[in-house]
Design a protein around this ligand. Structure first.
Ligand SMILES: Nc1ncnc2c1ncn2[C@@H]1O[C@H](COP(=O)(O)OP(=O)(O)OP(=O)(O)O)[C@@H](O)[C@H]1O
Length: 290
């Protein structure tokens, strides 16, 4: 991934409330052009709320949204037209089949590509003449992806799309997203709590917990910043290290490299799953250790 690629999706200190409940608490994130950004968080962390902000359904009470380099308070329809969105649940008119849905949805998009839609139905193995009500949940999700991609959007927002898919459909779905990014330079921003999915296709990852970004970077960067330190029970590290929880600590790679460890101390790198668990658990210790 070219580090110089321009940011396409940027949130700075975005705050969203549902009544008194703080759903996004000063959330910041950056996804650059051409990235597959894996937005990881457990149930209730704020992933769908973030998607709603990016789709203009919600206006934050504070913070800044920048999409395609433009700053906005709330995402307007003109920008939404440049976004392909697949939500957790597909709400199609149940009596329409995929062909009819294509004509219906296509009418809203000047950039709709009918030939591409036909190709996507084939690639994703979606029957064109079966009513949406008769399709399985997984096929409906794949249909949602075909409808989202046919207008050839530069940005794809996928809200936990693969949760209900079987392993084959999940692979088809993920492969298509990867192909769209590689072949067309699409940027994909997808939320998930499935660490495997994120690890296998994301070029960068952000972990959200309780409406805040806890850590963001390439998977390899996260692994070089977050490690487990096994030592005496009362062991504490200097202030350049930040305790994530228990014996999991975060620091810049240079800080890890420069540290001198006692003979009984064991420092381990962690798989993404463990890094996610360390940040995502609500009782995480988030202050730096003295
Ligand atoms: N309309 C609403 N009114 C009040 N609270 C809400 C509303 N929608 C979401 N919430 C709360 O906001 C928090 C974030 O919800 P959100 O749906 O964004 O989480 P999520 O990360 O997408 O979770 P999941 O993985 O379960 O879909 C949750 O605590 C949720 O209960």
């Amino acid at each position: 991934m070219d580090v110089a690629a321009p940011p396409l999706v940027e949130l700075s200190a975005v705050t969203v409330r549902y009544g008194k409940f703080l759903a996004l608490d000063g959330l910041s994130l950056t996804a650059r052009a051409g990235e597959i950004y894996g937005f990881l968080g457990r149930n209730g962390a704020g992933k769908t709320t973030t998607m709603r902000v990016l789709m203009g359904v919600l206006e934050p009470v504070a913070g800044e949204i920048r999409l395609f380099g433009e700053s906005m308070k709330r995402v307007p329809v003109s920008i939404k037209r440049r976004i392909g969105y697949v939500s957790q649940e597909q709400n199609f008119y149940p009596w329409m089949n995929a062909e009819q849905l294509g004509r219906f949805v296509g009418a809203f998009y000047p950039t709709w590509d009918e030939a591409e839609y036909g190709r996507l139905l084939q690639v994703l193995d979606i029957p064109p003449r079966r009513r949406a009500a008769e399709l399985s949940g997984g096929t409906r999700t794949k249909l949602g992806l075909a409808l989202a991609l046919a207008p050839r959007p530069p940005l794809l927002l996928l809200d936990e799309p693969t949760t209900g898919l079987d392993p084959v459909a999940r692979r088809e779905f993920n492969d298509l997203v990867v192909a769209m990014v590689a072949e067309r330079g699409v940027t994909a921003f997808f939320s998930s709590h499935l660490v495997d999915d994120v690890e296998s296709i994301a070029t960068r990852v952000g972990i959200i917990q309780a409406g805040r970004m806890r850590i963001e970077g390439k998977v390899g960067e996260l692994m070089s910043r977050v490690r487990r330190v096994k030592s005496a029970p009362d062991f504490a590290l200097p202030s350049e290290f930040h305790r994530v929880r228990d014996n999991v600590w975060e620091a810049e790679p240079e800080v890890w490299a420069a540290a001198a460890w006692s003979a009984e101390t064991v420092v381990e790198t962690l798989p993404l799953e463990e890094i996610f668990l360390a940040y995502a658990r609500t009782d995480a210790v988030l202050s730096s250790a003295a």
